[in-house]
Design a protein. Structure first.
Length: 308
């Protein structure tokens, strides 16, 4: 277990797709008596396994299954979102703490990760058209002052980076004042954030190899089964990447070779966007300790133990 004087009550393992995050999270959790919380926007869906990269075998370490949460909790077709994820995370995080275990957050969905690591509760605040009209035309300086008057302890500087963000922040703060019963509770989280990365060429090679492997393992049959279950092509295309291009192939819009080529490019672009998001998180104040994905598993775990 981590040192008793550790200030961390969460470890976050993040990184782009195909970097072995789940295996590392499971091996770390085995070492520190932890439980994994998935931060993946698509792994919440049952039956969407190969396409979302659910590596179930990775959850077994030395023959023991590491407890995991927020995987396979929804039916395909439902629009799960960041607000629901944050609420589910808070519930699971506190349950794990009650069991005196260490929560290990693992994933590559940057928005979901920041929803937790920014330490404030997201509320689905509806647009206030009347207020927006009143604020229209005001300078960023004026908007910043209005927000400070509403919220003197303005910590999140990204709220006032642009006029649009400032107006939305004012809108949210006014909503809280007019609806005092809204649940804004968020547990105090001190997270050790560890990123796994490979050089660009290796990352691209790993993505291509993994795509080939999953196609061999039956990813096309998985998508066909989802379509046969009653989901429409449009519903599956909504989930993007594998589900978009495999659906287009199964409906005859793309040949196998076209599907493979376009999907491979799309996943490479997705991984690049993930890294861009993580760099943005660092600029916004989230400390990430990056470790080399080439290192043996034991070394990676030891590096994290040293940080703890």
């Amino acid at each position: 277990m981590q040192k008793k004087d550790s200030t961390y009550n969460l470890v976050t393992i993040l990184g782009p797709t195909a970097t072995g995050k789940t295996g590392l999270a499971a091996n770390l959790a085995a070492k520190i008596e932890g439980e994994i919380i998935s931060a993946d926007s698509r792994q919440v869906y049952r039956g969407m396994d190969l396409g979302t990269g659910k590596d179930y075998d990775d959850y077994f370490v030395d023959g023991r299954e590491i407890p995991s949460h927020l995987v396979d909790i929804e039916e395909p077709g439902v629009h799960y979102n960041v607000y629901r994820f944050q609420a589910d995370f808070i519930r699971v995080f506190e349950e794990i703490q009650e069991r005196k275990k260490m929560p290990v957050l693992c994933g590559g969905s940057g928005l979901y990760l920041e929803a937790v690591l920014k330490n404030y509760k997201l509320i689905q605040v509806p647009p206030n058209k009347k207020l927006r009209k009143e604020l229209e035309g005001k300078s960023l300086e004026e908007l910043t002052q209005i927000l400070k008057d509403l919220k003197p302890e303005l910590h999140n500087k990204t709220d006032v980076e642009t006029d649009r963000r400032a107006i939305r922040a004012i809108e949210i703060e006014k909503y809280y004042r007019e609806n005092p019963d809204v649940d804004t509770y968020f547990p105090e989280i001190q997270s050790l954030n560890v990123g796994v990365k490979f050089d660009r060429d290796t990352r691209r090679q790993r993505i291509t190899e993994r795509l080939k492997q999953r196609l061999e393992e039956g990813m096309i049959d998985e998508v066909k089964k989802l379509l046969d279950s009653g989901l429409t092509p449009e519903q599956l295309i909504y989930y993007g990447l594998e589900y978009k291009y495999l659906t287009l192939h199964l409906t005859g819009e793309l040949s196998y070779d076209e599907m493979f080529r376009q999907l491979e490019i799309a996943i490479h672009q997705f991984a690049k966007r993930q890294m861009t998001w993580f760099r943005g998180m660092e600029k916004r104040g989230t400390k990430i300790h990056w470790i080399d994905g080439h290192l043996p598993m034991e070394e990676k775990v030891e590096k994290i133990m040293d940080l703890l």
